[in-house]
Design a protein around this ligand. Structure first.
Ligand SMILES: [Fe+2]
Length: 232
């Protein structure tokens, strides 16, 4: 999936987990329903709308948990910490970006004020747990999944949007993430390889972070968004 020719053992493990996840998502009833040629335009649009609202709910917590994890890193390498921070800084406005697309699609402003949907609270809680209470490198497991899965699914979403005559003005989040997160994935992989070189214990911590995160993301969040869209 990654264009790099020679994968390190950890990169191969992560990409294997990502490939399995993509297959799992594509085999889900929710994905089949929104990607089917006969899918109703309104259902597709409303599902994406509710996914944007979910992102708006959990993303600030993901950012806070990540900054906490980075703050707990050993302070031996300014360059390594810088790479971790730069990738996160580029995420800080993305909750607002998701909110803009939600509102452009006619999203209910009352839902924006909360309360959080349980599936989004579970994502927030898992990221806070991994960032605050586990090995500080564990966050890289969930961040890898966020960054590596998003461009794949954003590309799928673009294909569905084109087929369904989706509102062009509400493509900001998807169009940006179809390309930006490929660069972010490479940044995260470089950080992962470097941290494992200086701290071999980070290897298992990252895989723990990844496994734990997969219990709450993405299908629980996307399925709930789909159910809300169907109920509208
Ligand atoms: Fe990103």
């Amino acid at each position: 999936m990654n264009a790099r020719i020679r994968l390190t053992p950890i990169a191969a493990l992560l990409e294997g987990a990502l490939d399995a996840l993509v297959q799992h998502v594509q085999a889900s009833p929710m994905f089949h329903a929104v990607s089917a040629s006969q899918a109703e335009k309104r259902l597709v649009s409303n599902t994406l709308k509710h996914i944007y609202l979910s992102i708006y709910q959990y993303q600030p917590h993901v950012t806070e948990a990540t900054f906490t994890a980075v703050g707990r890193m050993p302070k031996h390498s300014e360059k390594l910490i810088m790479k971790m921070i730069v990738q996160q800084v580029e995420e800080v406005e993305h909750a607002d970006m998701a909110l803009r697309d939600y509102l452009r699609l006619g999203g209910d402003e009352a839902l924006v004020k909360g309360p959080m949907f349980p599936e989004c609270a579970a994502v927030a809680a898992m990221c806070h747990y991994l960032g605050e209470h586990c090995h500080p490198a564990a966050y890289l497991g969930f961040m890898y999944i966020f960054e590596a899965l998003t461009p794949i699914m954003a590309t799928q979403a673009q294909r569905i949007m084109s087929a369904k005559d989706y509102l062009p003005a509400a493509r900001e989040f998807v169009d940006l993430h179809a390309t930006e997160d490929i660069r972010h994935t490479n940044m995260i992989l470089a950080v992962i390889e470097e941290i494992i070189r200086v701290d071999p214990a980070a290897h298992d911590a990252i895989l723990f972070g990844l496994r734990s995160f997969l219990a709450v993301y993405p299908l629980p969040v996307w399925n709930a968004a789909y159910e809300r869209a169907k109920a509208e």
